[in-house]
Design a protein around this ligand. Structure first.
Ligand code: FAD
Ligand code: EPU
Length: 346
């Protein structure tokens, strides 16, 4: 393990807020996590990948542990590529590497920031594909027993931006590795938005899809290296079909996606955009002008700026549409996770 001398959190979360932790440690092997938990039983502890789905709301009065576990192993059967990938590998580097190696399947999930070990936490998804579709298993370190356990994809209870790691196993298990199953028989998924333009390509391969996904993402989403952000700030709300039907009478062009017989998913970005909030600014925080679902740090934003802007978005969308937005980004308070509903804003 490596204890860092600089305790600024700025480089370790993509919002880039100027906040500090009490201590920051790099875990380079699974046992490092256990040692930290043993040596610091009473300190608040937080495992961080690349901090691309995190908003620190204040200084963190405990230990931030960076996941630095590395390594990729590959096996194959006649029908599948089987990958065992350590949790500290970078997600997009893995996607790019698999495409170069001729192992398609992850191309729709290109350019999602973060680490492989964080991908199962919210079951990352984009362009019609979710992590769960290529997940074989997730290896976790159980903090109570100190033992490693292998969970099948089914046992992870993946849902839309959801998994067992956000519920029963929250703060109890650390993801140390992920097993992937990539079928050699490739099926392109190009139904989402502008990806359907690829229908015109004669000998379509995964590289075409990968390039298109990268192109679309670069045109809409701010690069956290240039503008601080954590991707979609809110989840797309799932509402009763009856509410969606009522809204559609007033807004016939409202985008929506059927979830089941009684529920429909609405596009939070569209709802925020309709409220005229694109570009809306509070202090150093602003609603992104190309994608209203992304809140950004346009310069020296404070956590209060971002939180006040988030509350303004929630209130405005609720007043106009009667729809409550829930944040996708995980909020960290001084000692533990928190959320917009309980934070007292000035
Ligand atoms: P972090 O933000 O560091 O951690 C997220 C949460 O997981 C925290 O609560 C943390 O404590 C916990 N955690 C991290 N590692 C572990 C571990 N090993 N074991 C247990 N708990 C752990 N997401 C999508 O789903 N689809 C997208 O298209 C997408 N696009 C994005 C675009 C941009 C520009 C940005 C900035 C973000 C985007 N995201 C997207 C969100 C983000 O990239 C994903 O949620 C990603 O998986 C987070 O990885 P991370 O390593 O940064 O996790
Ligand atoms: N829209 C607007 N105005 C906006 C933004 C969006 O009208 O400012 C409309 C779009 O025109 C489109 C619809 O809303 O009709 C959906 O927009 P988009 O395709 O950009 O996707 P999204 O729903 O905003 C979701 C994910 C993204 C993921 C993309 C692509 C969530 C919360 N977000 O965004 O994930 O990359 O789809 O699949 O599900 C993330 O989770 O951080 C993330 C970036």
């Amino acid at each position: 393990m490596k204890i860092l001398t600089n305790t600024s959190l700025k480089p370790y979360h993509t919002f880039g807020l100027a906040l500090n932790a009490k201590e920051i440690i790099k875990a380079q092997k699974a046992d490092d996590f256990l040692q930290i938990w043993k040596q610091k039983p009473d300190e608040p502890k937080l495992v961080v990948g690349e901090g691309s789905n995190l908003l620190f709301c204040e200084d963190f009065a405990g230990v931030v542990i960076l996941n630095c576990l590395k390594g990729i192993e590959v096996k194959e059967t006649s029908t599948e590529w089987l990958l065992h990938v350590a949790g500290g590998e970078n997600w997009h580097d893995l996607v790019s590497w698999t495409i170069e190696q001729g192992m398609p399947g992850l191309e729709n999930l290109a350019l999602i920031p973060g680490l492989v070990g964080s991908a199962p936490i919210q079951n990352i998804g984009a362009y019609g594909v979710e992590f769960k579709e290529s997940c074989d298993y997730v290896d976790v370190l159980m903090l109570d027993s100190g033992k490693t356990q292998r969970l099948s994809a089914k046992a992870c209870e993946f849902g839309y931006r959801d998994s067992i790691f956000k519920r029963q196993l929250k703060d109890k298990a650390i993801v140390i590795a992920v097993g992937f199953k990539l079928p050699k028989q490739w099926e392109p998924v190009i139904g989402y938005g502008a990806l359907s333009e690829l229908n015109d390509i004669e000998s379509l391969d995964a590289k075409h899809v990968y390039n298109k996904v990268c192109q679309i993402r670069r045109s809409k989403l701010p690069d956290p290296k240039e503008i601080g952000n954590a991707g979609s700030f809110f989840k797309n709300p799932v509402v009763a079909t009856s509410l969606a039907d009522n809204l559609r009478t007033e807004y016939p062009n409202m985008p929506s996606f059927g979830v089941n017989d009684s529920e429909v998913k609405l596009a939070a970005g569209w709802l925020i955009d309709q409220c005229g909030l694109k570009g809306h600014r509070i202090g150093g925080a602003a609603v992104h002008s190309q994608q209203a679902l992304v809140l950004t740090n346009i310069g020296n934003a404070t956590a209060t700026d971002v939180l006040t802007l988030a509350q303004k978005v929630v209130d405005t969308v609720y007043d106009r549409f009667g729809v409550t937005l829930e944040h996708e980004v995980r909020f960290m308070g001084r000692t533990a996770e928190t959320n917009l509903e309980v934070i007292c804003l000035p």
